[in-house]
Design a protein around this ligand. Structure first.
Ligand code: PLP
Length: 402
């Protein structure tokens, strides 16, 4: 008689996005023909850059000839991509890593979940609140204890190291989804020092690294001394270069990372990947490598610049409406406080009904997200300009309730 993993009963259904689309559908049915601007989506809107697409086409055509066909590759990833990553993302920032410390993946989400395979089920895991729900749900599925660290406006959304319960594993995501805020070197150092002191492991999600503008914000956790002893870093080409559909990312597991009970996590992750993963698609890895060519870098920069201009427009429109805004400087997410007395869903309804704009209710990311909404900069310039204009008009309304 087989049994299912009953830990699944501990995770709630993810109602957030279905609840959002239900409300939007109802609104559109009641108001046929209205142009609703969707600023809730976390998917990019610009196409994949030319340099990557050209390489994708070239690599695909090579698959058609016996001489150039490539089958299974190394599970860890092709050396041409690993070398490009080492040189551009790490050596260029003074970080020394070796090729066996980089693992190419089909995106950060799978690795963020799969990393649990090499960690004990007895670990206590800390996540921030609000949070990207994958960290919480994958650990609840595995039966681990999860504790939350509140990130509040009163503390600029900077998480404070826990003192009552010392977590074994800590997820940090910076630049952050959903708050759009970042951590400075000093703020991240506090966590690295804490993890080293307590022999905790930091799982550092850096999916939005490419959006960093501030010079005092680290691009990699390994810019902090000692981080190689205590941190795994997850990166993704999804938001960097429009690879949400192509699927490619990578994970860094330093060789210095050894568990309290003496296991080398790099050896374990390699063993895990060789057993359960046959590598990211060869043609997609070729496309990812093209992002590190001079043309590729330029195109990535242009795309990020496009979204960041959108973010600035949104911030301006929201500020003009008298609203309090966070994030949107080192990240494509803008985190907005609802007018006084309103919760996330009432503010969502106000934005939908008065501005015909869809945002994401912050409470869907955790209790501390209550009374916030998240806007994304992933939209066309035209839609973003129009959204900012509509939000400004909200000012009369917000003034009366603030
Ligand atoms: N991490 C964060 C914080 C994200 O917001 C996302 C996607 O939205 C991911 C990871 C997943 O990235 P990928 O597309 O590489 O799986």
């Amino acid at each position: 008689m087989f049994k299912a993993n009953d830990n699944f009963s501990k995770i709630s259904e993810n109602y957030l996005f279905s609840a959002v689309s239900r409300r939007v559908d109802d609104y559109c049915k009641a108001n046929p023909g209205v142009d609703v601007i969707r600023l809730g989506i976390g998917d990019v809107t610009l196409p994949v850059s030319r340099a990557a697409v050209d390489e994708l086409i070239k690599a695909s055509s090579e698959q058609a000839a016996r001489e150039t066909f490539v089958g299974y590759g190394p599970e860890q990833g092709h050396p041409f991509l690993i070398e490009a990553i080492l040189k551009n993302d790490y050596a260029a920032r003074g970080i020394e890593l070796s090729s066996d410390e980089i693992f190419i993946s089909d995106g950060a989400k799978s690795d963020l979940g799969n990393i649990g395979d090499i960690l004990s089920k007895d670990n206590t895991v800390a996540i921030t609140d609000p949070v990207y729900p994958v960290y919480r749900d994958t650990n609840l599925m595995a039966g681990r204890r999860v504790i939350t660290i509140p990130c509040l406006a009163s503390n600029d959304f900077v998480p404070t190291v826990p003192r009552d319960v010392i977590p074994d594993v800590i997820y940090l995501c910076y630049p952050n989804n959903p708050t759009g805020t970042s951590l400075t070197y000093d703020q991240l150092k506090v966590w690295v020092d804490y993890a080293r002191e307590h022999k905790s492991l930091i799982l550092f999600d850096s999916a939005y690294e490419a959006y960093i503008q501030h010079s005092d914000v680290p691009h990699s956790i390994y810019e902090i001394d000692g981080a190689k002893e205590c941190a795994i870093e997850f990166r993704s080409f999804s938001k960097t270069a429009g690879f949400t559909g192509l699927r490619c990312g990578y994970t860094v597991v330093p060789r210095e990372l050894v568990s309290h009970d003496g296991y080398c996590l790099n050896d374990m992750w390699r063993r895990r990947q060789c057993t359960k993963f046959n590598g990211a698609s060869y043609v997609v890895q070729r496309a990812a490598a093209a992002l590190y060519t001079p043309e590729g870098k330029l195109q990535v920069k242009e795309n990020i610049g496009y979204y960041m201009t959108n973010a600035r427009m949104l911030i301006q429109g929201l500020a003009d409406a008298g609203l309090t805004v966070y994030g949107g400087i080192d990240s494509p997410y803008v985190w907005v406080k609802a007018p006084a007395g309103m919760d996330s869903w009432s503010f969502f309804d106000l934005l939908l009904n008065r501005c015909r704009i869809v945002a994401t209710p912050g409470v869907g990311f955790g209790e501390c997200g209550e009374s916030f909404v998240r806007f994304t900069a992933f939209n066309s310039r035209m839609n973003t300009e129009e959204a900012a204009r509509r939000i400004k008009l909200l000012s009369k309304h917000t003034q009366s309730i603030i």
